[in-house]
Design a binder for this molecule. Structure first.
Ligand SMILES: Nc1nc2c(ncn2[C@@H]2O[C@H](COP(=O)(O)OP(=O)(O)OP(=O)(O)O)[C@@H](O)[C@H]2O)c(=O)[nH]1
Length: 279
């Protein structure tokens, strides 16, 4: 609107169609970047930097294209500044966001290394969360139990369960439920050490295997996790997560999972206190 108010539309003879093509493509590519960022990134600070950086670039490129069609009086510099200024600021914001993304990716890569210590078979992945599923958990649990027992090191297991997840699905729809599961997995992954393993156990239940970790240390970790998980809460849906902790070095893989499931059941029923009270 400002461009239309300040400038005069050029006649077709004045338009350089080569410039229009070049600048149009640049604008389309910037819009494509913006769309990819919005659709592929989880909400957060890094995404905001990437988003606002791309938005400023889109704005600058759009004005650049517009001046192929609109001529501004030479003494009015407003449009020229509006065209030039957002681009370098956008580039800086985008670069800052990309540095954050790079750091994030390094953390994720470390988690992947941790997860892929035993098996590199992607058929063992859960298709929704991309975490390893229960078959992998059994394999890695059996191996870790043997190793830790032989070396007399402690091994702990955390089981997380989303409370009333079926009601959440009913109220907000299965897509919102899927989205919640993905965000929960990402948040948990981001908190793990390279030696820890996170698996989707079943449905709304996840298991984290903490190598070389005593029950006491695992409880502290679970508290830390519980605090982080509150970030997932939206004002309209305050899902609660039960977390139980079990030191399992003395058990077999099957017993370890069964025993922890029993603890979870007891905690949900209020028979035994969960190691952590839901937030
Ligand atoms: N959206 C979505 N829902 C899932 C998925 N897998 C399991 N569920 C749902 O998770 C719910 C799990 O049900 P329950 O085990 O009874 O758990 P709950 O409703 O949270 O009940 P409590 O744990 O006892 O509080 C079911 O409604 C499943 O349909 C999935 O991949 N996506």
């Amino acid at each position: 609107m400002l461009a239309l108010t300040l400038g005069v539309t050029k006649s077709p003879a004045e338009i350089d169609w080569f410039d229009v093509l070049g600048e149009g493509i640049v604008l389309l590519v910037a819009i494509l970047w913006l769309t990819l960022i919005i659709s592929s990134r989880p909400a957060g600070r890094v995404t905001e930097w990437l988003y606002y950086g791309s938005l400023l670039l889109v704005c600058s490129f759009f004005l650049d294209l517009l001046d192929e069609f609109i001529r501004y009086p030479a003494h009015i510099r407003t449009m020229s500044w509006l065209e030039s200024l957002p681009a370098p600021i956008g580039m800086l914001a985008l670069t800052y966001g990309l540095i954050g993304w790079h750091r994030e990716q390094r953390v994720i890569n470390r988690q992947l290394q941790g997860r892929e210590l035993l098996l590199r078979d992607h058929r063992l992945l859960d298709p929704l969360t991309k975490l390893y599923a229960v078959d992998y958990l059994y394999a890695v649990l059996a191996r870790d139990l043997e190793l830790h027992r032989a070396e007399q090191r402690s091994l702990s297991l955390l089981m997380l369960n989303i409370r009333q997840f079926s009601a959440f699905n009913r109220q907000y729809g299965a897509a919102a439920g899927d989205d919640y599961l993905i965000k929960l997995s990402e948040l948990c992954s981001s908190q793990l050490r390279a030696s820890d393993v996170l698996c989707r156990y079943v449905g709304d239940r996840f298991v984290i295997l903490l190598a070389n970790t005593s029950l006491q240390q695992a409880k502290i970790f679970a508290q830390h996790m519980q605090q982080h998980l509150t970030k997932l809460n939206h004002h309209e849906s305050n899902l609660k997560i039960d977390i139980v902790v079990n030191e399992i070095t003395r058990l077999t893989a099957k017993q370890a999972l069964q025993e922890t499931e029993e603890m979870l059941k007891a905690s949900k029923a209020g028979i035994a206190p969960s190691v952590l009270l839901p937030s």
